[in-house]
Design a binder for this molecule. Structure first.
Ligand code: ADP
Length: 484
């Protein structure tokens, strides 16, 4: 057990209309530590009745919250930012205990998540509008922005703090009330974040949270309510499609951050040290459990051996273990299903001719651990070419020409992010233009940044989070025609 993790200070209840409360039927569900398989808490298991209470509260609070001033909303976000930063160690310990990532990475996520609170505290006071004149000069056109209204937020388990912060912050800045359902595997960090918002002075009813072991019933109650005007979801493409269909029934605004199948392309002229460093970050951040994780490594045949050797050496040196222990660089996967999937993807690739340069197995003992793995000569027909690996496995496929690699990179239904390593400005610009993705990392393995618009094209999603346009996802435009 993590020494800085204190189970006695955890929030484990639902948060509705400013009050912590049990599920109506008193049900709870267990939360497990994926490094030890120990149950670390029992959390309120909300159902449709609780969901209805939450959306009613959000609906009631909207009118008053719409009238809050930009400065009030900015100040709440700024206080929340300060509180999150002041609570870094505690939040990171909770995150490591329920999700598995090493403490250093958990602290990094706290800092990253907190930045969304600060960023949107700065955006809240700059919403603005526009005005213009009709072409015949007879009408003045005034454009104002209003909060879209009560918003449904659904988040995944891989970044328990940042994914919540990235949705709550722009919704608060825009003046929307919220119902929030965090992932059932990692509810504790989200509940701790919500407690911070209460402490920061967020009015009752503005942010309501229902933790549950049965996501579909709770979220369906919200999308069917007629009260919610917006859904913002981060998770799998499969669930995103279900929620888009549900949202259609009430024509709700939808933001979707879905899966990825990121290509990581190393051109013949790349700086190999830089490429290996980028590969470590793009693959191993969060144990590979990220939608931005490099999923397919395409390396020019002339440098494939050198890249594979240097990359697998670094991967083999990583310290795998309980994320709460000093020195750990790679924690466990989130659950047995994730581990089984990674094992079967590796077995499939090997059966189709891939060579294992390092790893390729799971260590003995408790926890859902898998060794950092590099495969090379991976055939295009391998399942991992069309599946999000979501684990510490890098699959290298050598290529011969730039046209060929662009074709292979774009041959996927997803389009979140692509990474390109080259020392040539011309090639960098060509790949940046021709990759069918929402984000490109040029000579870098990390693209996430609160100041940047995060999001994908194709089946990777709709809309953007962060950056100048992040707040727009929670705003509606209204235009008033004024006779001149
Ligand atoms: P992941 O693969 O990251 O677990 P999921 O898409 O399964 O992604 O989960 C992301 C979020 O969506 C979680 O909060 C989960 O509880 C929720 N979720 C899963 N299935 C549904 C559903 N049918 N309706 C609403 N939410 C769902």
């Amino acid at each position: 057990m993590n020494p800085s993790f204190d189970p006695t200070t955890l929030q484990t209840d639902l948060f509705i209309d400013g009050k912590w409360q049990s599920a109506t039927d008193g049900a709870t569900f267990p939360v497990e530590n994926p490094a030890t398989n120990e149950v670390i808490a029992h959390v309120a298991d909300g159902g449709p009745e609780d969901a209805a209470l939450a959306i009613d509260a959000a609906g009631r609070a909207q009118a008053e919250w719409s009238k809050s001033t930009p400065r009030q909303r900015a100040d709440i976000l700024r206080r929340a930012f300060d509180l999150v930063v002041a609570n870094t160690d505690r939040l990171a310990a909770i995150m490591t205990a329920e999700m598995g990532k090493p403490l250093a990475e958990a602290k990094g996520e706290v800092a990253y998540g907190a930045e969304f609170l600060r960023w949107f505290s700065e955006e809240a006071v700059r919403i603005g509008g526009d005005s213009t004149t009709s072409v015949d000069g007879n009408t003045r056109i005034l454009i104002t922005k209003e909060p879209v209204g009560p918003s449904v937020l659904v988040t995944p388990w891989n970044f328990p703090l940042a994914m919540g912060a990235r949705k709550i912050a722009p919704a608060v800045a825009a003046g929307c009330t919220m119902v929030f359902k965090p992932a059932e595997l990692t509810p504790l960090t989200s509940l701790a974040l919500v407690a911070i918002f209460k402490e920061a002075g967020l009015p009752d009813g503005v942010l309501n949270v229902v933790t549950t072991s049965s996501a579909s019933g709770v979220v369906r109650t919200w999308t069917d309510s007629g009260i919610a005007r917006k859904i913002s979801f981060t998770g799998s493409t499969e669930v995103g499609k279900i929620l888009l269909r549900q949202a259609a029934d009430n024509v709700m605004r939808s933001s979707m951050e879905l899966g990825g199948n990121a290509p990581f392309i190393v051109l013949a002229d790349a700086d190999i040290e830089k490429a290996v460093d980028g590969a470590m970050k793009a693959k191993m951040r969060n144990m590979g459990e990220a939608c931005t994780a490099a999923n397919r490594f395409f390396v020019h045949r002339s440098v494939a051996e050198e890249f594979g050797e240097k990359f697998s050496k670094k991967m083999s040196e990583l310290q795998v273990g309980n994320g709460a222990l000093a020195g750990t660089e790679v924690g466990p996967l989130i659950e047995q299903a994730g581990l089984d999937k990674v094992e079967s993807l590796v077995a499939d690739a090997v059966s189709k001719g891939a060579r294992v340069l390092t790893g390729g197995s799971r260590p003995e003992g408790p926890g859902y651990f898998y060794s950092p793995t590099v495969l090379t000569d991976v055939a295009l027909e391998s399942e991992l070419m069309t599946t999000e690996i979501f684990g510490p496995v890098a699959a290298i496929t050598p290529f011969d020409s730039e046209d060929e690699v662009l074709r292979m990179a774009n041959d996927t239904a997803w389009g979140l992010v692509g990474y390109v390593f080259t020392e040539s400005m011309d090639k960098a610009m060509r790949f940046s233009a021709e990759l069918e993705v929402g984000m490109v990392g040029l000579n870098t393995g990390i693209v996430s940044n609160p100041a940047a618009p995060f999001g994908g094209v194709k089946q990777s999603g709709l809309g953007r989070e962060g950056g100048k346009i992040g707040i727009e996802e929670f705003l509606e435009y209204k235009y008033t025609a004024i006779a001149v």
